[in-house]
Design a protein around this ligand. Structure first.
Ligand SMILES: Nc1ncnc2c1ncn2[C@@H]1O[C@H](COP(=O)(O)OP(=O)(O)OP(=O)(O)O)[C@@H](O)[C@H]1O
Length: 277
């Protein structure tokens, strides 16, 4: 290769220099567990939001977390994603990655994606550009918008569009999408970054029944390749997707099992599902 060709190769805009690409550490799931949370406690001004909480989630699982307001669901997600520091306990991603030793940005790079309840898509951009901006290894908005996509990246976006059911809306502005479509797009934006574990907060709040049904299909289709933890208050929705449900109460796990098992658990009936039972 002559000097000009070498320089051209080096400056290609469709590739990133290998030394700039963040290296995602492989998660050791040799014991089938992707998330180990043990003895986790978090206090806010003396109030125990999490109280010696233990949680184990298997690789590829779709787990639903339920619990009354203030049970500690958000605080648990906040500790896992590095947003909140705990007082004691441990949180491991697989057997080899100590989440408590990483900050929020590093945890996202490790392959843990989080979706908050309110959709936060770039409304002035198309669906396609939103996904482009979320590709793993993307070096910020400017380079994502100016650099040409590789074939592999285009294929990945196409796969995500297919998964989230927005193939025909790819050139629509995100701001023009329905509430449900925005939620799916945001899930797609997480998927574009190829996470191993997805934490999804109240995905069906504000959705029509039809949108909730499509969301159930979407989330169940993600399990297997991804591990998905869903925090949700809508019991009908939880029943439609959950294999294992974990019930939190006062910062600890109150019960765990199938929806039928937890709904028939006397402790759960007393503190949480009582009014429905
Ligand atoms: N930053 C904070 N400062 C003080 N108290 C907090 C803080 N964050 C959470 N809490 C308290 O900790 C408890 C657990 O809150 P958390 O948001 O984790 O519950 P949750 O199960 O997610 O509830 P919800 O379903 O209402 O979202 C609540 O009593 C809440 O008021």
């Amino acid at each position: 290769m002559n000097v000009t060709a070498q320089a051209r190769e080096l400056l290609r805009r469709d590739t990133t220099w290998p030394f700039l690409v963040p290296r995602q550490r492989a998660v050791d799931v040799s014991h089938q567990v992707i998330l180990y949370v043990e003895g986790l406690s978090v206090s806010f001004d003396g109030f125990k939001a999490l109280n010696d909480l233990n949680l184990y989630v298997n690789d590829g699982e779709l787990r639903c977390l339920i619990g009354a307001n203030g049970a500690g669901k958000t605080t648990l997600m906040d500790v896992i994603t590095g947003k909140t520091r705990c007082d004691s306990g441990s949180a491991w991603f697989g057997r080899n990655i100590d989440l408590l030793a990483h900050d929020e940005a590093a945890i996202a790079q490790l392959g843990i994606g989080r979706k908050f309840q309110k959709p936060t898509v770039f409304e002035a951009h198309t669906v396609y550009t939103n996904l482009e901006l979320s590709l793993k290894g993307s070096k910020g908005a400017w380079s994502a918008l100016t650099a040409a996509l590789t074939g592999e990246q285009r294929d990945r976006i196409d796969r995500v569009l297919e998964t989230i059911g927005l193939v025909n809306a790819r050139y629509q502005l995100a701001g023009a999408l329905s509430h449900g479509q925005k939620q799916w797009l945001e899930i797609g934006m997480l998927l574009a970054a190829e996470p191993r574990l997805l934490l999804i907060d109240e995905p069906v709040a504000g959705m029509t029944a039809e949108e909730a049904e499509r969301t159930a299909e979407l989330l169940t289709s993600l399990a297997g390749e991804h591990t998905v933890i869903v925090v949700e208050h809508d019991m009908e929705f939880v029943r439609s997707i959950a294999r294992t449900v974990t019930v939190l109460h006062q910062g600890a796990v109150l019960a765990e099992g199938t929806m039928d098992q937890v709904q028939n658990n006397p402790d759960v009936i007393e503190v949480y599902l009582g009014e429905d039972a």
